[in-house]
Write a protein that binds this ligand. Structure first.
Ligand SMILES: [Zn+2]
Length: 119
């Protein structure tokens, strides 16, 4: 798999993924629909944080199992760790030379139908 380097908007967070971008999704849960991002699903071992550990903020909600990270300077969601710690999602918009037109079919995850612990 090719390696791609992504960053948040201000550049404080930089990461690298090994991905073929075959598994890309949009999710309609209450968090993702507000972000409006396309997510590339990868394995944790395919992700490497190069810079920005000190500026990443963590957002947790609902079951508090998934870890949603974003840059505390520019606010951009960069990646999240899913219910399984081996599974991650990264923000496709963080890759400069990649647009949604370069991607194969983008799936839709009906996150809104997943169990909700609290509103
Ligand atoms: Zn930033």
């Amino acid at each position: 798999m090719k390696k791609f380097t992504g960053s948040c908007h201000c550049g404080a967070v930089v990461f690298r993924v090994a991905s073929n971008f075959e598994k890309t999704i949009r999710c309609d849960c209450s968090l993702c629909k507000r972000k409006g991002t396309v997510i590339n699903l990868i394995e944790t071992e395919e992700f490497e944080l190069l810079k920005g550990d000190d500026v990443l903020s963590l957002y947790e909600w609902n079951s508090n199992i998934a870890k949603h990270y974003f840059c505390k300077i520019c606010g951009i969601y960069t990646h999240h760790i899913r219910r399984s710690v081996a599974a991650m999602g990264v923000n496709v918009g963080c890759f400069d030379h990649l647009t949604t037109e370069d991607l194969p079919e983008i799936g839709l995850v009906k996150g809104s139908t997943f169990s909700i612990v609290k509103g």
